[in-house]
Design a protein around this ligand. Structure first.
Ligand code: 5RP
Length: 228
């Protein structure tokens, strides 16, 4: 029986094989993507990929890419991403998912929406019949975060501000807070996404509906390959 890390690495290895030379690559965030970055670096050392550009979704991934010899560009400085590889916290059979466990949801959604092709790499523990089983992150502006918190509470969405180990509020790349919604399973994801999209003060949320084209799922005996 493979460990969860071994499964993550297997999915990551499969994704590395999908990267074409001379293209613009998007790289997400998380422990599965961390395996992808190291494996990509090893491939690039053996046979240079001469990528046109790489963009990424967090400072953590940026540093790791740079350690592997890549130069990282800003999303605003490139035209379009050819392929984006990212992880996910949960994925269902419609290829909808919850992301943002690592707090990088806003950049992740911006890179994904500007990519021609999106691929998620996950281990089998992430697959669910109904989206849930993981808190849904909502990035909110500090200015109205208390009102939005109370609004979510009144809607029965069981909000909690994400905290750092020292008990202070987690602050995103953009200086905002994250409110995790603990409602499980999520009531009608499309309706919830529409409500969050139209809530003033919500910067972004972790419901990624209809956004990925493929999911590579590492299971104990094979890599399952789901496409939209
Ligand atoms: C970060 C994310 C990650 O992709 C997600 O949390 C999966 O991470 P991991 O590969 O560590 O399970 O959305 O914001």
């Amino acid at each position: 029986m493979a460990t969860q890390d071994e499964l993550k690495k297997q999915a990551a290895a499969q994704a590395v094989a999908m990267v074409q030379p001379h293209t613009v690559l998007g790289v997400g965030t998380g422990s599965t993507v961390a395996f992808f970055i190291d494996l990509l670096g090893a491939r690039n050392k053996q046979t240079p990929l001469n990528l046109k550009a790489i963009v990424t979704t967090s400072n953590r991934s940026k540093e790791q890419l740079e350690q592997n010899g890549f130069t990282v560009s800003e999303l605003a400085d490139i035209d379009q991403v050819d392929l984006c590889i990212d992880g996910a916290d949960r994925v269902d059979h419609h290829l909808d998912g919850i992301k943002g466990g690592g707090g990088a949801l806003t950049l992740e959604k911006n890179v994904a929406i500007n990519a021609k092709h999106n691929v998620w790499i996950v281990d089998q523990s992430k697959v669910v019949d109904r989206l849930g089983g993981f808190p849904l992150p909502v990035e909110v502006l500090p200015v109205s975060c208390e009102q939005n918190f109370r609004r979510f509470e009144a809607q029965g969405l069981q909000p909690a501000f994400r905290q750092k180990a020292d008990g202070s509020r987690y602050v995103t790349h953009y200086g905002n807070y994250i409110i995790d919604l603990h409602v499980d399973p999520l009531p009608i994801p499309a309706g919830l996404a529409a409500m969050l999209d139209s809530t003033v003060g919500v910067v972004e949320h972790g419901l990624f509906l209809g956004m990925t084209d493929e999911v590579l799922i590492a299971t104990n005996d094979k890599i399952e390959h789901w496409t939209r």
